[in-house]
Structure formats: C-alpha cells, structure tokens
Design a protein around this ligand. Structure first.
Ligand code: CP
Ligand code: NVA
Length: 312
C-alpha cells in the first residue's frame, strides 16, 4: 500500500489541490457531513513550535470528523532528542489514523513519512506551511471566485515557509505569484524551479522583485508574514533592518487592483510587516483566512484517509 503524505504543497497534484479545495467548500457549507474518524479514531498532532490557529483548527476539525485529537508537545515527549521521527512514527501508527507535525527541519517530516504506514501532514516546517496555503486558496476562491490567472504578491521573507508555500501552491492554483524581497531573502532556487515546472501545466508563473512598488502594480492579492519566523529569533535585529522596506502600507495597497484583498497567516506584528490600517482595514480578509484553516484541513484529512482506505 502506498500511503499519501502532505509534506509540501506539491505533495499533491494541481488537480488534487483543486479537489481538496472543492471538498473544503462542501465541508464549510455542511460542517458535520463527513465522519471518517468515527470510532473515535485518534489523530496525533505534534508541536515542536508554538501555535494557536493550527492547534485549535486541527483539534476542532478532527473532532468534527468524528475522531479524537491527541495534542503532543514535543518538550514533554521523547521525540526531539531521545527518539527519532522514524521510531516515533512506528509507535504511533499502530494507534492513530494520521500524524500531524509542526517542526523545524523538513528532513524530519520526510524521515517520519518514509517510516510509517499512516498519512503524515506538515503543520509547518522551516521550509513550508502547506496547510496554511490550502486555507488561503479557499479564502481567495471565496472572495475572488477563482484563483486561476490572479496575481498574488507576497512581501518580506521569501526564504520562509510562507514564501516557499506561496510560490509552490500559488502556481499550482494557476496564479501569477510575485515575491518582493531583498535579494538575500529571495525564495530558494530549487523551490522556484519546481514552481516553474508546475507553471507549465497550470498557466501560473513566479516572478521575483526587489522593488516593492513594481511588485504591487495591479495585484489582486497582497500578502505578508512576520519578518522573524519561529527559529529565527536570534536574527531579529538584522531582519528588522533588512526587511524594513518590505512593509505593506496603505500607499502600497493603493498601487494594487482596486478590489485587491489583503491576507496574513497570523500572528502579525502591526507596524512592522504591515500597518494596522491595512490589516484592520476593509480590504483585509484575515479572519476568514484563519477560520478556513478548519475547513481546509478537514478536507485534507478526509482526502488523505480516502486515499489510504481505497488503497488498502
Ligand atoms: N498561521 C498559523 O499557523 O498560526 P499558528 O502559529 O497560531 O498555528
Ligand atoms: N513564518 C511564520 C509563520 C507562522 C504561522 C513562522 O514560521 O513563524
């Protein structure tokens, strides 16, 4: 049996991404319609890093699907020092239906997935945040009717999990993705190359900018994220200096399309990566975006469990 995992945005195909987003919209309209975890079966949700949205949306979502969430904080478990991801997965797979893990290195997720028979979901790593992107794409579909052909501009740390996930998932959804960052904070070349390959199938594109105004021109979706991701705290002063010009302001929003929306995965630092008048203003859709974590992740779990059970 081949188990499907969701370790990066391109662990699924563009058609599968669209199928999961359709399912997310159905589950949002009829919240308790799918019970693949009835029993209840347990899903392990492991955190090496802090979380509010991811923790709540997975816990609530797993319960909505008829299951029982088991939230594990790494500091109080054997994972992350005493036991390898592969050994942890071998223990968990006999008792849980899936494993969701927020961690640092992408390689840990790959190691866990390679060693287990249950689906492994990336709930944020240093390199990607693919669950957030499913929620963001659902939000864009809701506010814009489609993702295909839209222009999305991400400001700030293009090397971050969010920068990389917008590049991959945005192009998968047929969007023209612009990343505006200083050269030293441009997305990784291999991620851009993967997105360029995907763009040939979907009609999307990726363009890197250093000029904030050029990147805003006519954009349909304006996005930013913290300049200091979890794990980068020691670089805080340098990052505030290096990224200071990449703030989303009202002046920048005025260069985007008249009906542009503003998004942020949260948590936000008002006054740093975004001005309060933008994130709290009329174009901001951040609360829909945060709620959609629930619906998108439920759809992902339903879809992964279907693949698992069909293959068995
Ligand atoms: N956006 C997001 O993943 O938020 P949390 O860190 O609160 O989970
Ligand atoms: N880039 C941020 C996202 C938080 C949800 C971080 O990794 O801290």
């Amino acid at each position: 049996m081949t188990t499907r995992h969701f370790l990066r945005d391109d662990s699924i195909t563009p058609a599968e991404q669209s199928e999961i987003l359709d399912l997310a919209a159905e589950l949002k309209a009829d919240r308790w319609s799918e019970k693949p975890l009835s029993g209840p079966e347990t899903v392990a949700v492991i955190f090496d890093k802090s979380s509010t949205r991811t923790r709540v949306s997975f816990a609530v979502g797993i319960a909505d699907l008829g299951g029982s969430p088991l939230i594990i904080t790494t500091a109080s478990s054997q994972l992350g020092g005493k036991e390898t991801p592969a050994d942890t997965a071998r223990v968990l797979e006999r008792q849980v239906a899936a494993i969701v893990w927020r961690t640092y290195a992408q390689s840990g997720l790959e190691e866990m997935a390679a060693g287990t028979t249950v689906p492994v979901v990336n709930a944020l790593s240093d390199d990607f945040h693919p669950c957030q992107l499913l929620a963001d794409l659902l939000t864009i579909r809701e506010h814009k009717g489609t993702t295909q052909g839209l222009t999305l501009t991400f400001y700030g740390d293009g090397t971050s999990n969010m920068g990389h996930s917008y590049v991959l998932a945005g192009v998968m959804a047929g969007m023209h993705v612009r990343v505006a960052s200083p050269e030293d904070y441009a997305p990784r070349a291999d991620v851009v190359a993967d997105a360029d390959r995907i763009a040939q199938q979907t009609g999307g594109s990726v363009t890197l900018f250093t000029d904030v105004n050029e990147a805003a021109a006519g954009a349909d979706v304006m996005i930013t994220d913290t300049w200091v991701s979890m794990g980068k705290e020691e670089e805080k002063l340098a990052r505030l200096r290096d990224l200071g010009d990449y703030k989303v302001t009202s002046e920048l929003m005025a260069l985007a399309a008249d009906d542009a929306i503003f998004m942020h995965c949260l948590p936000a630092d008002r006054g740093y990566e975004v001005d309060a008048e933008v994130i709290d203003g009329e174009q901001s859709v951040i609360w829909d975006e945060a709620e959609n974590r629930l619906h998108a992740q439920k759809a992902l779990l339903v879809w992964l469990l279907r693949q698992q059970r069909q293959a068995a």
